[in-house]
Ligand binder design. Structure first.
Ligand SMILES: Cc1cc2nc3c(=O)[nH]c(=O)nc-3n(C[C@H](O)[C@H](O)[C@H](O)COP(=O)(O)OP(=O)(O)OC[C@H]3O[C@@H](n4cnc5c(N)ncnc54)[C@H](O)[C@@H]3O)c2cc1C
Length: 248
């Protein structure tokens, strides 16, 4: 095995769309970047079988709406999330490295991250992530809950997911061996809560966002719904800033 000894401002681990965009954005923000992948960029991980392709439309490559509209397929929402979150992470890493100036290369690193890694209460069993994954799947996999969406069902699922979230915040911990699995379980719950909170806020049917209790499209809701937050999830409408245009 060859050993490399490299010094850099930002180390990106992985070479899928998320990591590649993180590396690009960090480099564009002026940081020295090293990207390390266990395979080859684009031919390893989820991207290998998905074939997310290289389609993008300037000025914002992460926006797939201009290609895919409100529907999935051909490298749309999931890939857009990978690219967007990777881009934000890369920019933030470059900004952080800049804020440390000369000390960036000799600093003591401090671990971050809460849910699934650092419980606020007494840690539960090491395989507690299995129960969390099963519980979140129980709320998001059934078609009657997540495809045939109705406000009452969404609200009930959200109450269950909020409860799972607050319990896992306090107890979920898998130690070093399964830390990634515990963190992934926490991410699944966070994501499910964003998804259902945003779905409740859209009181209409538009593209893939279907509501049985609001079957018609509402011209007054021609906007994105932005969501976020961990212990308290929020949403807000965001106006569309990109004018529709023809794409060849
Ligand atoms: C069958 C299938 C169909 C899909 N269809 C669509 C679709 O139609 N539309 C859509 O938008 N999305 C689709 N997706 C999802 C989309 O492909 C993913 O969201 C996206 O590829 C995720 O990118 P990523 O960079 O987060 O992860 P990945 O592409 O999984 O990249 C992870 C990278 O990290 C590397 N890595 C992992 N562990 C290590 C390590 N320890 N050290 C170094 N490197 C490491 C891997 O080699 C890999 O290169 C599909 C996925 C699949 C599997």
């Amino acid at each position: 095995m060859t050993t490399l000894d490299l010094t850099t401002d930002v180390l990106v681990v992985g070479g899928g769309p998320a990591a590649t965009w993180a590396a690009l954005k960090a480099a564009r923000a002026g940081a020295d970047v090293v990207l390390a992948d266990k395979g080859y960029c684009g031919t390893s991980g989820a991207t290998a079988s998905a074939g997310t392709g290289v389609w993008y439309v300037p000025p914002e490559p992460a926006t797939r709406e201009l290609i895919c509209g409100g529907f999935t397929g051909g490298g749309s929402h999931n890939a857009a999330w990978a690219i967007s979150s990777g881009g934000w992470a890369g920019q933030a890493a470059a900004r952080h490295a800049r804020s440390l100036s000369g000390g960036a290369r000799t600093r003591r690193t401090v671990p971050v991250g809460g849910a699934g890694l650092r419980p606020t209460g007494t840690p539960g069993p090491a395989d507690g992530f299995r129960e969390v994954v099963a519980a979140v799947q129980g709320e998001v996999l059934p078609y009657r809950k997540n495809y045939l969406r109705h406000g009452d069902g969404l609200a009930a699922s959200l109450r269950a997911l909020d409860d799972i979230w607050h319990r896992l915040r306090a107890t979920l911990y898998a130690g070093d061996g399964d830390a990634v699995r515990a963190r992934q379980a926490a991410a699944m719950v966070a994501h499910a809560r964003w998804m259902y909170t945003a779905a409740l806020a859209r009181t209409e049917t538009r593209g893939m966002a279907k509501r049985l209790d609001f079957p018609a499209q509402d011209p007054g809701q021609h906007h994105r719904i932005v969501t976020g937050g961990l212990d308290r999830v929020w949403t807000r409408p965001e106006p569309l800033t990109t004018a529709p245009r023809e794409v060849a």
